[in-house]
Design a protein around this ligand. Structure first.
Ligand SMILES: [Zn+2]
Length: 230
């Protein structure tokens, strides 16, 4: 797939179905992230109908159905309404920064189809190639505020597989250099504190976001200030 003039094209050169939504904010998006969702819909078309219906109060850039069918609803530099109240690092109101991908699935506990996951990877690769300013693929649940307001795309969605397929593998073992390092839900001191980890502990650094590192230790995952890792 390929992006030209903010529109998505299939590998055979045909344009992906474009069903424009009027649910947009004025101005242009400062594209930095992709945010992934499930649509809560039991069929392929109802979410796209709602996201393109005037007055629904919601919209999104793309929709991927269980069949792998992709529909684009806004040019990627337009500000769509898919994230709501949100925070990531120092940024809030992420609709201004994030390309949204709604994906057909009824809830966080339901299985995804392989064709759907592969299509998501293919679309994300095309977006990152077209917009090198995209540094992260995020789950709606990671950025929605207050934390816990959203649960999508949920634990069944292979987020790490998608990230690694798009950005490549990245895991480094690091040692904590400060007494009791705060582990938080997201990158930034305004994110909720999960746990404190003692000095000299070794953790896996999975990825970076600005001055913050996403780490894993045992079953725990969270964000710490990168300056205290060596
Ligand atoms: Zn969502």
């Amino acid at each position: 797939m390929q992006v030209k003039n903010n529109r998505l094209y299939n590998s055979d050169g045909t344009q992906v179905e474009f069903r424009p939504t009027e649910n947009l904010s004025a101005g242009k998006k400062d594209i930095r992230f992709i945010v992934l969702h499930y649509d809560g819909a039991s069929n392929e078309t109802s979410a796209v109908n709602w996201l393109t219906q005037k007055g629904s109060g919601v919209s999104c850039d793309l929709h991927i159905a269980k069949s792998g069918k992709v529909v684009q609803m806004a040019e990627f530099n337009r500000i769509t309404w898919h994230v709501g109240a949100s925070r990531w690092g120092d940024l809030t109101s992420l609709n201004r920064y994030a390309i949204g991908i709604e994906q057909q699935n009824i809830d966080a506990r339901s299985e995804w189809t392989e064709v759907q996951i592969q299509k998501c990877i293919e679309v994300c690769k095309a977006l990152v190639a077209a917009y090198p300013s995209i540094t992260e693929i995020l789950a709606h649940l990671e950025v929605a505020t207050p934390f816990g307001r959203k649960d999508d795309p949920g634990p069944k969605f292979p987020m790490e597989r998608v990230r690694k397929a798009v950005f490549g593998e990245y895991t480094v073992v690091k040692r904590i250099t400060t007494t009791n390092l705060n582990v938080r839900v997201g990158p930034g001191t305004k994110h909720e504190l999960i746990k404190e980890i003692p000095k000299e502990t070794y953790v896996d650094e999975l990825r970076r976001s600005g001055l913050w590192s996403n780490i894993q230790i045992g079953g725990l995952k969270g964000w710490v200030s990168s300056q205290y890792l060596k």
